[in-house]
Write a protein that binds this ligand. Sequence first.
Ligand code: NAD
Length: 315
Amino acid sequence: MKFAMIGAGAMGLRYGILLQEAGNDVTFIDTWQPHIDKIREQGGVYVSRDHEDRHLTEIKLETPETYDDDPDMYIFFTKQMQLADFLKRCAHFFKPNQYAFTCMNGMGHIEKLQQYFADDKIIAGTALIATVLNGPGDVDFMGKRGAGKMNMANLTEKPDEMTHRLFDELDKAQMHPTLTTNFKGTLMTKVIFNSVINTLCTLFEIQMGEFGNFDKAYDLGRQLIDEAYDICERAGITLVSTRDEEMAALDHNTRIDMPLHYPSMYQDMIHDRPTEVDYINGYIAELGREHHYEAHTHIFLTNLVHLSEYHRANE
Ligand code: NAD
């Protein structure tokens, strides 16, 4: 298949390079000038796995202004707050028959994609795949080859031929996809997961295992999960895990699967970039308001993350 990756940061590079290695035609489109300059200067991207085997990988790289091709599918991996600008800059090459796929964290991106792509061309999902951009032109795929897994669903909840082709390519690239027909529930289950791990580990600048091994981790997680699940029930969203299954996934992911990993929100905080908290805990709180439920804990955490961002910006 022919793909264009919109956003060549940590996850764009991970998906794009693995799809390229699985035999697909992949072009990366990015706007961060120091990253673009570094990739051109060194003739590719330095890729490591768990800090080891650092090697140069050649990629095709364009900017929104220079890209001029006709891919089957765009894969969006920007931060939530960057997406509207990327879409605006890329709109001149979008065509009605092309698909948009994304596994970005948080919520807010789907409505933006719908402004440029028809509903039956939008596929989205969630990725439990950890990747770190060390700096311009240098990425670290965390976990051994084949580590991680992902979910995907069509916005229409009706998988078509292109969905199955994408699934097969992701499978060949060892991303371990699962195809569901519950769009909102699939995405929201991950938003809720991130609302605990990403936010608390970022606030306290700790690895996931340091959270999971804390003896009150269950209580902290349960409070956030209960609020979010109550809201989803009111909103009529059927989540793909029960409350207990979500708690078990939190425990397993933090203590067993990725104890040494810092979540992606933490990477933004330490680099003094804005975080996606408004699209994670903030989104849950907003959904609660729409259904006359005050998500006190999610609102409090959203404000704490903004306090930390504010403090760092004024240091
Ligand atoms: P990223 O920040 O690495 O890259 C996103 C964009 O920001 C790219 O265009 C990149 O070039 C640019 N960028 C990177 N560093 C920058 C800097 N210092 N200044 C200016 N621009 C910069 O983002 P990502 O980690 O690839 O995340 C993309 C989406 O995937 C997000 O929604 C994220 O939450 C989600 N996600 C990330 C991970 C992960 O482990 N990284 C896992 C699952 C989901």
